[in-house]
Ligand binder design. Structure first.
Ligand SMILES: N[C@@H](CCC(=O)N[C@@H](CS)C(=O)NCC(=O)O)C(=O)O
Length: 278
């Protein structure tokens, strides 16, 4: 692990670390915010997964999350959105390949060698965090758009791993919308029965855990109707009595202006679970 950025922020430190990922077979950057409280005691951890075209930089420079992480005493881990490097396959377009890992474990060549973002986020990163930072094992997960899909799927596939899950403008039914269908066909192949294991609306139907779930969606988001369709998750949750708190925010678009406006509420939501003694 090599620290490549170190910035004082809200009494703590916004760092970026570079490390060799065994799971992804490449060098990765990851944003790590250490709140002031972490100088004296271990802190819980919030994982943030960004959307299409993003790196570890978008969330740490645009969401203003450090202010809330410092207030609540939580470490924030913000990884990149795909494997990187010359040896990693890529595709034309912003919605497949680099910057578009979709937080799944690919099964199809040429993607399967490196595109294992689910395993990376759910297993390798937490082990790295435990080894290098003053973290407790209380975890929450959140994300935006493709990263909202990633957060929902990570939580739904791994009962017990996270205490709460939230998302901004998530792709809730990737099997049904153009971004998801393009990515899943490439990464998982044409047999659509294999896609269900990576689709939040399908996973919620068989979920064993009733994890607190919070979603904010901009009412003027340009991708709301075509790609995101949060109403589908509301229906899937209602069908099985899974808790969901979905808030449509009139006037807000898909950007980080939206995320930075409501990220403080997501910290309050997650801290309610993370601060409970177990
Ligand atoms: N570039 C695409 C959309 C990409 C996009 O909106 N990406 C979102 C996540 S899905 C994002 O966070 N972009 C980076 C940013 O706003 O900092 C387009 O213009 O259609």
């Amino acid at each position: 692990m090599q620290r490549i950025e170190h910035h004082a922020s809200h009494g703590g430190w916004q760092d970026v670390w570079r490390h060799e990922s065994t799971v992804l077979g490449c060098t990765m950057n990851v944003g790590v915010y250490l709140p002031p409280q972490s100088a004296n005691r271990p802190c819980p951890v919030l994982y943030w997964l960004s959307g299409l075209t993003c790196t570890e930089q978008n969330f740490i420079t645009k969401a203003n999350a450090q202010r809330y992480a410092a207030e609540h005493g939580v470490i924030v881990i913000a990884p990149d959105t795909s494997p990187r490097g010359d040896q990693v396959p890529d595709a034309e377009g912003y919605d497949l390949g680099k910057g578009a890992g979709f937080y799944l474990d690919a099964t199809q060549a040429p993607w399967s060698a490196h595109y294992r973002m689910h395993d990376y986020v759910v297993n390798e990163l937490p082990a790295l965090v435990a080894a290098h930072f003053p973290a407790t094992d209380a975890r929450a997960i959140s994300g935006h758009s493709m990263g909202g899909h990633g957060a929902l799927v990570a939580a739904l596939r791994n009962p017990g791993r996270y205490r709460s899950v939230s998302a901004f403008s998530p792709i809730v039914a990737p099997s049904q919308v153009p971004w998801g269908r393009k990515a899943f066909a490439a990464y998982l192949g044409d047999d659509e029965s294999q896609w269900n294991a990576w689709d939040a609306c399908e996973l919620v139907a068989t979920a064993r855990e009733r994890l607190p779930l919070r979603i904010d969606q901009g009412g003027d988001d340009e991708f709301f109707d075509t790609q995101l369709q949060s109403g589908r998750l509301l229906a899937a949750c209602d069908a099985v009595d899974h808790p969901i708190d979905l808030r449509i925010r009139p006037g807000y678009d898909h950007s980080y202006y939206f995320i930075s406006s409501f990220i403080g509420e997501h910290f309050i939501f997650h801290m309610r679970q993370l601060n409970q003694a177990r």
